[in-house]
Design a protein around this ligand. Structure first.
Ligand SMILES: [Fe+2]
Length: 385
């Protein structure tokens, strides 16, 4: 998150006296996710963000891995994940490795009586269905269909939904989620050939300061364990902040597709990157316009990455029987490509309405118990029909 933002009141100089109307000092907090050597923000609290008054018994929320090693094409019915009232209860990890956890969630209710912090992982929440507001110390982010919410690890948030019909595709990343390096200038501007630019990035707005004393629970996840930490003051007691480390929203509908005369490789769809995985957006676009072009993708041997595709909406010309919310996993080690008939069928087509999110991981993913419960049988052999 390289772009500087400032909201609310901040002193002229960092690390100098900044006082409340009653003469007391505000509490300065430096927030970064990589020590003191990368992007950071500075927040000014009414009260120190350190006042824990008691703690709850921790409990495990670690994914239950059911299949650690495998070499088969897999497919999962994402919308068969059961909705749950509570946001944290609703989150079901399906595919996991040491770099990221891929999680599905269908939360029905807004988070009201606690706050949440993922101390390990940046979160990328893709909103497939539903709308609402992400409340953070930095201000508010309104979200709706097609939004990516990118939340740096350590950010305290509450999420509220407009109604009970919500479907989220979440990636927890154990390293910072960034824009692709090749789209950034030396000093951090998104370059001309990037499929999106600064105008498409929505920073938090409407900073509200809650100067309230009481008992405020921040459910904090660390190393697969959830800790209930009770603080003496409302965590959103910030009067101002500035810097380059903050949650933001980006709509998949603002991703401008890169097309060509012949089939363009998957990196043109890249949207974010992190250590050992990338995120790509497949959006409605014109097909290749060479007179002999084949719009369907070629078979390819993704020998060094597992490919996860999450189908959002539209028609998928290269696969049969695709449903909304479906996930396919094409593991490293065996080639994959269009289903039988899809190549011929694609010839002459002018455009696609497909909308999908892809996550390519450079290390193999493991399948959880809940992933096996929503698996589509028969997918492995579906090319041989
Ligand atoms: Fe692929």
């Amino acid at each position: 998150m390289p772009h500087y933002q400032s909201l609310g009141n901040i002193p002229h100089k960092r690390h100098t006296q900044f006082r409340k109307p009653d003469g007391q000092l505000y509490s300065e907090q430096l927030f970064s996710t990589e020590g003191f050597s990368n992007d950071y923000s500075i927040l000014y609290h009414c009260h120190p963000p350190t006042q824990i008054i008691h703690t709850d018994e921790p409990y495990s929320v670690a994914p239950q891995v059911a299949e650690e090693k495998m070499l088969k094409h897999r497919s999962f019915e994402g919308f068969n994940i059961k909705p749950a009232k509570d946001f944290l209860d609703s989150r079901i990890p399906v595919l996991v490795n040491n770099d990221c956890h891929i999680v599905l969630a269908a939360p029905q209710e807004s988070m009201t009586n606690y706050f949440y912090k993922n101390a390990d992982a940046d979160e990328m929440i893709f909103v497939h269905e539903g709308s609402g507001v992400l409340h953070t110390q930095y201000g508010e982010l309104s979200f709706g269909y097609g939004d990516y919410l990118v939340i740096p690890r350590g950010t305290i948030y509450q999420i509220s939904f407009a109604d009970s019909n919500n479907r989220l595709f979440i990636v927890e990343s154990f390293s910072p989620i960034r824009y692709p390096k090749r789209y950034m200038s030396k000093y951090g501007q998104l370059l001309e050939h990037s499929p999106f630019c600064e105008r498409d990035i929505r920073a938090p707005k409407d900073l509200k300061t809650y100067d309230e004393a009481g008992d405020f629970i921040i459910k904090t996840k660390k190393k697969g364990v959830m800790y209930g930490l009770h603080y003496a003051h409302h965590p959103f007691d910030v009067v101002g902040w500035d810097g380059c480390c903050y949650p933001f929203a980006f709509s998949i509908h603002d991703f401008e597709p890169i097309t060509g005369r012949v089939h363009q490789p998957p990196p043109v769809h890249q949207t974010f990157e992190a250590h050992n995985f990338v995120v790509c957006s497949f959006v409605p676009r014109l097909y290749d316009y060479h007179p002999q072009a084949i719009p369907a993708p070629y078979n390819h041997s993704n020998i060094d990455s597992d490919e996860v595709l999450y189908y959002v909406d539209g028609d998928f010309m290269s696969r049969k029987n695709v449903t909304r919310g479906m996930i396919t996993l094409h593991p490293a080690g065996i080639p994959h490509g269009p289903h039988p008939g899809a190549v011929e069928k694609s010839i002459g087509k002018k455009e696609t309405q497909e909308l999908a999110v892809m996550v390519d991981t450079f290390h193999p993913l493991m399948l959880t118990k809940q992933a096996l419960e929503i698996e589509n049988p028969g997918y492995t052999m579906s090319w041989a029909e």
